[in-house]
Design a protein around this ligand. Sequence first.
Ligand SMILES: *[C@@H]1O[C@H](CO)[C@@H](O)[C@H](O)[C@H]1NC(C)=O
Ligand SMILES: *[C@@H]1O[C@H](CO)[C@@H](O)[C@H](O)[C@H]1NC(C)=O
Ligand SMILES: *[C@@H]1O[C@H](CO)[C@@H](O)[C@H](O)[C@H]1NC(C)=O
Ligand SMILES: *[C@@H]1O[C@H](CO)[C@@H](O)[C@H](O)[C@H]1NC(C)=O
Length: 356
Amino acid sequence: MGILETSNLKTIFLLLVIFVSSTPKGNSQPLVPALFVFGDSVVDAGNNNHLETLVKSNFPPYGRDFINHDATGRFCNGKLASDFTGENLGFTSYPPPILSKEANGNNLLLGANFASGGSGYYETTAELYNTVPLSKQLGYYKEYQKKLVVLVGQSNATSIINGSIHLVSSGSSDFVQNYYVNPLLYKVYTPHQFADILIQAYSHFIEELYGLGARKVGVSTLPPLGCLPASITLFSEDSNKCVTKMNTVAEYFNKKLNETSLALKAKLSGLNIVVLDIYHPLFDLIQKPTDFGFFEARKACCGTGLVETSFLCNKESPGTCKNASEYVFWDGFHPSEAANKLLADDLLVNGISLVS
Ligand SMILES: *[C@@H]1O[C@H](CO)[C@@H](O)[C@H](O)[C@H]1NC(C)=O
Ligand SMILES: *[C@@H]1O[C@H](CO)[C@@H](O)[C@H](O)[C@H]1NC(C)=O
Ligand SMILES: *[C@@H]1O[C@H](CO)[C@@H](O)[C@H](O)[C@H]1NC(C)=O
Ligand SMILES: *[C@@H]1O[C@H](CO)[C@@H](O)[C@H](O)[C@H]1NC(C)=O
């Protein structure tokens, strides 16, 4: 699709959002009742703050460009792509992290965030880091649903679940923080075999989510794993080139994700599931950052920008950049708020069928 067509589509969609979400009184009403988020650090909004884990980000400089410069536990200098998606859907606050004290009372009506950094489709990824695996995220969702029934009654709860968007973003940690650094995996499985195992787990996860009443699901692809600054530093033979082999595996996974999602859609009646491609927009941004107003795609903003994430990215880290909006990556693994904003615009175009 050409740039012009893409931006026209975006404009049309944004107009639609503005149109649908404006009532005569000018009060805005979100396009869907609530937003539910599952996955890893790409979408964790602070659940890990409440766990005994090293995979945390609730300290500066994380959050330095967020509302009130608050280090909420998002793995970013500012907002996540899922935060922008929530805003684009017309929400004025973010679904609370399920483990936080905000996840209470009427706050629950707008949804909840179940994601946990350092978790994955593969159960043992979360075990390595003592974080919340997807199976347990579903367990929390079941408990959430009981609370929702108490708040609004069974029939309203059912229609909230049925009408809301469920975002799923996982798999990066399975590869980068588990497979590629774990001899128990990389000596036993080829990366493609491991991808197949993840896809099976994905399929199972979606069936369970469907069983809990979810009917609108957006699942993100893997990013170009071989272009994450930490991947280049740790695994590339050329310190300035993406690791082609890792990208090939991500593309393989994404293709399977697409096929499997189509199969799930055919099998589970009434399921609207959309694959949200973050691979290509991020890859284009990394190849030609200046076309999009960025200056640096190899090094991340935090610290040396070569590997740091979680506790290694802290306020003592020497070299942290001044202006993260010039950087595609905030830390060694995670995009900056500015890159997340671009990704979220693409998600809108991809995900249009979930709201129309
Ligand atoms: C359920 O929704 C209806 C219609 O929106 C509303 O009138 C009613 O109060 C709700 N029930 C509860 C228990 O909140
Ligand atoms: C669920 O939503 C679909 C539209 O997405 C609608 O056709 C269906 O009647 C709803 N079911 C319930 C139980 O609310
Ligand atoms: C998924 O497959 C459909 C149909 O073949 C295609 O249009 C779409 O671009 C694919 N999406 C991704 C993310 O590969
Ligand atoms: C940061 O960089 C962005 C993108 O180049 C630019 O628009 C903005 O003005 C810069 N902000 C500051 C405070 O220099």
